[in-house]
Design a protein around this ligand. Structure first.
Ligand code: NAD
Length: 250
């Protein structure tokens, strides 16, 4: 129960990795603010947690919109009574060659993945500092924040940006007791990747890129996120923790 009486905010909490973080944080005693562009999904995850005896509230949030982000952080603080951990899990990706990538698609992926990590993190850190409190931020980078893969220029650039932002915010906020870390997952079975999982050939190829010869599960990543965000883990900041079944060892 590392998260007893702690308040955890999750963007992209309505699906995949974010949803699993919400559920596992609640199981460890956290009160959870589930934020998602898809309000129905956010409400559904919050309802699921309440049915299991936990405390959670769903919020509609667009991480690319500063006003929406501020409303989420302030609303969560009012509802949960405090702020402790922010997990930035909202994300999208494109699958198109760099030669065919349109400016609109580039901007959308950068807006959601990179600006959409910066805005909630800034709003959260400002509120913590105003309240005289310490706290943690965990960002979703990717193995593609460390290396490249074909047809993912905007995604790869955005996740490299998330790694840089993680280090920068850790540097600037360390003295204030705000730790900022990131996880770099391998390929995880979520709605984002389900299409590949359902294609037997693709599924086997993806399994094979991981040294452990399996797909990752949302719980593999949620466990690492909750480790990074735990209060006891007080000297770890600016780190990018690979949780990729050994993909980047090769
Ligand atoms: P997912 O598609 O299951 O969930 C992403 C959630 O983000 C969705 O509920 C979606 O509605 C929400 N979202 C999208 N745009 C938003 C916006 N503008 N504002 C608020 N919410 C928004 O994806 P996932 O697989 O759980 O991915 C979560 C994070 O992990 C992403 O940042 C992704 O890039 C990263 N990641 C995923 C994998 C993987 O293999 N699944 C690997 C590495 C990193």
């Amino acid at each position: 129960m590392r998260y007893q009486d702690r308040a955890v905010l999750v963007t992209g909490g309505g699906s995949g990795i974010g949803r699993q973080v919400c559920r596992m944080a609640a199981a460890e005693g956290a009160r959870v603010a589930v934020g998602d562009l898809d309000q129905a999904r956010a409400e559904a995850v919050a309802a699921e947690i309440r049915e299991a005896g936990g405390e959670a509230q769903g919020f509609a949030i667009d991480v690319t919109d500063p006003a929406s982000v501020t409303a989420f952080v302030e609303g969560a603080e009012t509802t949960l009574g405090r702020l402790d951990l922010l997990v930035n899990s909202a994300g999208i990706r494109e699958i198109v060659s760099v030669l065919d990538l349109s400016p609109e698609e580039w901007q959308r992926v950068i807006a959601v993945n990179l600006t959409g990590t910066f805005l909630p993190s800034q709003a959260f850190a400002r509120r913590l500092i105003a309240a005289g409190r310490t706290g943690q931020i965990v960002n979703l980078a990717s193995t593609l924040g460390i290396m490249a893969a074909p047809n993912r220029a905007a995604y790869v650039a955005s996740k490299h940006g998330v790694v840089g932002l993680t280090k920068e915010m850790a540097l600037e906020l360390g003295e204030k007791g705000i730790r900022v870390n990131a996880v770099a997952p391998g390929v995880i079975r979520t709605p984002m990747t389900e299409r590949y999982f359902q294609d037997p050939e693709m599924s086997a190829t993806i399994r094979g890129i991981h040294a452990m010869n399996r797909w990752g599960e949302p719980a593999d990543i949620a466990r690492a996120i909750l480790f990074l965000g735990a209060e006891e883990n007080g000297f770890m900041t600016g780190s990018v923790l690979t949780v990729d079944g050994g993909w980047t060892t090769g």
